[in-house]
Design a protein around this ligand. Sequence first.
Ligand SMILES: Nc1ncnc2c1ncn2[C@@H]1O[C@H](COP(=O)(O)OS(=O)(=O)O)[C@@H](OP(=O)(O)O)[C@H]1O
Length: 333
Amino acid sequence: MIYKSGCSDGILGILPSWTPRRCGVLLLNLALIISLYINSDNIRNSLLANIKTLQESGKDSFPFQHHGVQKKRLPQAIIFGAKKCGTKALLRMINLHPHVVACKNEGHFFENDRKTGMNLNYVHGLEWYQEKMPLTYEDQITIDKTPSYFVSADSPKRIHDMNSSIKLILIVRDPTTRVIGDYAHVVSRNEVQLPEFEQEVIKPNGEVNKGSFIVIPSLYAEHMSRWLPWFKRDQILVVDGEKLISDPLTQITKVEKFLNIKPYIKEDNFYWNSTKGFYCMRSEVTEFCLVPTKGRPHPEVKPEIIYKLRKFFAPLNDQFYEMVGHNFSWPSS
Ligand SMILES: Nc1ncnc2c1ncn2[C@@H]1O[C@H](COP(=O)(O)OS(=O)(=O)O)[C@@H](OP(=O)(O)O)[C@H]1O
């Protein structure tokens, strides 16, 4: 099991309980001491940077296994949606891979503000965006995740302008469950005053309120139709958010394949936490669950409202399946 391997496999067999990361830090510190004697600023600075990365990464990887120099690079992959579908879980899971480095915060670079339509960050230019990126080696993939790109009209072209061969990852879940999760999210943040769930999503005439901002992100086919003209279908991986919850490894294995990185993440990297009610993650150096705002309790919704939403989404789901080339196991009514 990767998280149990120690220095015993390497030259430091005398320290069998040490993890590769701790061994790496020790070796680099020894090299640093030697570099003081040979008096080379270049070597010393590079060693200091490697020690820092290794200590902060929490990853089971030696920085000196990587190629080239560390620098900030524009993302080669983006998780671009959909909101409340498991984008953070997906990012944290794939970030366990030593050849992936996730942005700490959402980039929010390509989209305009939803309410004002104003250009927020794009106006600052790509150098500004690149400056927000984490340090990576040449053989590591930088990933930004910003769910609001999916629903934004400007993002597809702007992302294409930055890198027409970028890899895009979309995670989607049952659109009805997503709307309910979005409602719970907005209510708990108290940013806007929302009516009861039913009043928000069903219009007085009994139709589903397509214009509600908690319904809009679930109109997957509508948003997807803006991305497909810009990118080849094989540039976009669609991950099943429901399966990511019940069986994360199968979805993460697909992501590794899509990113063209060697299979690394294994069953041992996930463990079920019954208090959280979700899988949590484990690497050689750390164990963590997502924060409590991920996996909030959903409000109870009347079965007839659920039925109405599912009926409304069913034909849109069919359109979406056709666009992406496969079905999902979402309930249809
Ligand atoms: N392992 C694990 N732990 C916790 N939560 C998990 C996990 N896998 C998927 N999820 C689901 O992620 C949902 C939050 O989605 P996002 O991260 O995309 O939300 S956000 O748009 O960034 O706010 C969140 O939605 P809610 O249940 O509605 O809170 C979770 O259902």
